[in-house]
Design a binder for this molecule. Sequence first.
Ligand code: GLU
Length: 480
Amino acid sequence: MTVRVRFAPSPTGNLHIGGERTALYNYIFAKAMGGKYILRIEDTDKERSTKEFEESQISDMAWLGLEHDEGPGKYGEYGPYHQSERMEIYQEYAEKLLAEGKAFYDFCTDEELEAMAEKNKADGTPPYTGKWKDSANWEEAKLKVAAGEKAPMRFLVPDQDIAFTDHVRGEVKFPKGMVGDFVIMRTNGMPTYNFCNVVDDHLHKISHVIRGEDHVNNTLRQVMVYHAIGAELPEFAHVSLLIGEDRQKLSKRHGATSVQQYIKEGYLPEALANYLCLLGWSHPEEKDVFTIDEIADKNIFNLERFSKSHAVYDIEKLKYINAQHIKKLDTPSLLWNASSFIGNDPFFKEQTTVWKESFIDLYREKIQLYPEFLEKLKDITSDSVEATDELKEILSWETTPTMKEYIQSELSKVQDKYVSAETFSEWMNHCKKELKIKGKPLFMGLRGVLTGQNHGPDLKVLIPLTPVTILKKRIESLPL
Ligand code: GLU
């Protein structure tokens, strides 16, 4: 079987991480199975759909590396891929259902429908029991339509149980009578989601429908439509819902939910993709840091590894994964990425590429998100020290004043903007050999004197990155 999967967003807003996760699962599955990943734009809601949202959704997917094989901007033999361009097809299918007695025009008024729904709810019968479902009235309905009257078309729900097999949920069964005859074509001629989605999945030759668990109730209706149009069912995998730590459905309250927000906050696409994968799916070797390419393999990514239970969104885990991906980047790429967050800092801007790369490499292990580089930059540019208890302790050691004096006099001899790594090494050697300071008093002492701190990154790299003018000012401000 040729695997063909699709992501079918409605361009009525920005892509949020739930949608991005669905897209990602479909994309990886297609790659793992040597299949095709199709993008279909479900833009039948003319009022709420916009080109801007469509473009921003596509660009957010591109940021994550999800390029479609067929869809907008990419030729495919089953196009068009915008539902708004497929209206005649839906009309044709709807008319066929009507001709076969599987759908009917409904001329009930809103008041009638409301009263019916209320009564039927109390009686426990399906919501629609209007006279128009009775085939005895279909001739009358046809005449009304022929005379130019408008009405929605409803699907005649068969009186039978409905079942389908789901890769995540197993056998899903719905007893008959659960849903009423639902609208498939609105009065204005627009198809409804449960109808056109099935027509398209059938015509787009979709083999697997992978989407959120919140669609299971739609699938019930859609299975009926597949049967009615004589189409084979695709395989289904309804992935678990994303929830926050408070067990509520994921929303803005839980932090960033739109892809744009993650981009702004300094997440790597590789990291977000990696983390989203883990929300509802697990690696067979329990790995939690990987790239999409690494798992796009049929022995690794299979639908049976989806979890049935809700996936809890944990921002700390996402940050941890982001940090792991930052560690793996090569220096020029890391510098390039980080520059959009620190590139405008006046001090950073003035530095050479060598300086910048050295700075980035020094701190890459210590950050989770790019904007944290700004904080690290402050550690380098701050020109005074704070009289903390830790610093006071270092300064109270008997070796520290001698060392401070020596360093201060050496600093005054430096002509360049920075101390070279060699010169700094010589200073250390001098302290060791001539001043006989070793171990903790040497390393902690030097750090205290030159940075005012009792811990931090490798001094041999840090000091040559700190302007001499700043080192001098710090030493002068020591509470000694
Ligand atoms: N347009 C639908 C949505 O955005 C598609 C759902 C589906 O995958 O069938 O929810």
